[in-house]
Design a binder for this molecule. Structure first.
Ligand code: GLU
Length: 265
């Protein structure tokens, strides 16, 4: 018979082994960030990030449905990872130096850009018109940090979800909404009364997030290996085409000549 003492060190199980023996990956995705993670009319979870998770499950566990989905928001996704509630987040999360101090990131799988959405006919024609305006953001996003830094005098209205942020814009509570072009594509595709300005404030490279620690190393390595495969066999390009289609060419983009200190994000 063995006796355990109160100070016995608990061995942390290797996450890859745990995922394999559990037979599914627990993923954190957005539920309201179309076209990356959203609940469709048939009440199924869909999007670029969701398809990405399916590819991981297919290539790591041999079954694209071997996934448990958990909803995350921009403000709770980092905690979802560090607390171990999910194995990973695939949730439009930009890789930033500050976040990388708290969580592990995969290699980037998509490059977005921070953009601005306004109602059609708005006097805001470029980002230079934003000073002194009311700007809507989602709390916990890089867009929030960047815009506060760029326009310290602007009135920032923060919301927890994209659904709430867009309703606020629709109800005239703010002059503009700022987030990644990817998410704005989703809104303007369904709401013809809104446009996206051509300026992009920053480059936002999306990464899959994991907790830090030795026990996740082999899992992160495996995910990076799969991402490399998805890049090489054209799957990532296919997903971009499937979910963003020709929206990118229709709406165009140019990197704005403004500087944000990306180390602060
Ligand atoms: N990609 C940005 C971020 O990671 C903005 C989109 C989001 O809220 O997820 O914060």
């Amino acid at each position: 018979m063995s006796v355990t003492t109160g100070c016995a060190k608990k061995e942390k199980t290797d996450l890859l082994k745990e995922v394999k023996s559990r037979g599914k990956i627990i993923v954190g995705v957005k539920y309201d960030a179309k076209p990356f993670g959203f609940i469709d009319q048939d009440e199924k979870i869909k999007g670029f990030d969701v398809d990405l998770c399916k590819e991981l499950a297919k290539r790591i566990l041999g079954d694209e449905n071997a996934i448990e989905y958990q909803q995350v928001t921009s403000s709770n996704r980092i905690f979802a990872v560090t607390s171990g509630t999910v194995d990973l987040i695939a949730a439009t999360t930009s890789i930033t130096p500050k976040r990388a101090q708290i969580i592990n990131f995969s290699s980037p799988y998509y490059i977005a850009g921070q953009a601005i959405m306004v109602p059609h006919g708005s006097p805001v024609k470029s980002i230079n018109d934003l000073d002194g305006k009311k700007i809507i953001v989602v709390l916990g996003s890089t867009s929030e940090i960047n815009i506060r830094q760029l326009f310290p005098k602007a009135k920032i209205l923060g919301f927890r979800t994209y659904t709430d942020a867009f309703s606020a814009l629709r109800n005239g509570r703010g002059d503009a909404l700022t987030t990644d072009d990817t998410i704005i594509y989703g809104f303007i595709a369904e709401n013809p009364g809104y446009i996206m300005l051509k300026d992009r404030i920053t480059r936002e490279p999306y990464g899959i997030g994991f907790k830090k620690g030795q026990e996740v190393e082999s899992f992160v390595e495996t995910v990076n290996f799969v991402l490399q495969e998805l890049q090489e066999d054209g799957t990532l390009a296919m997903l971009e085409d499937k979910w963003l289609g020709d929206l990118k060419t229709v709406h165009g983009e140019k990197l704005a000549k403004v500087k944000v200190n990306e180390n602060k994000s």
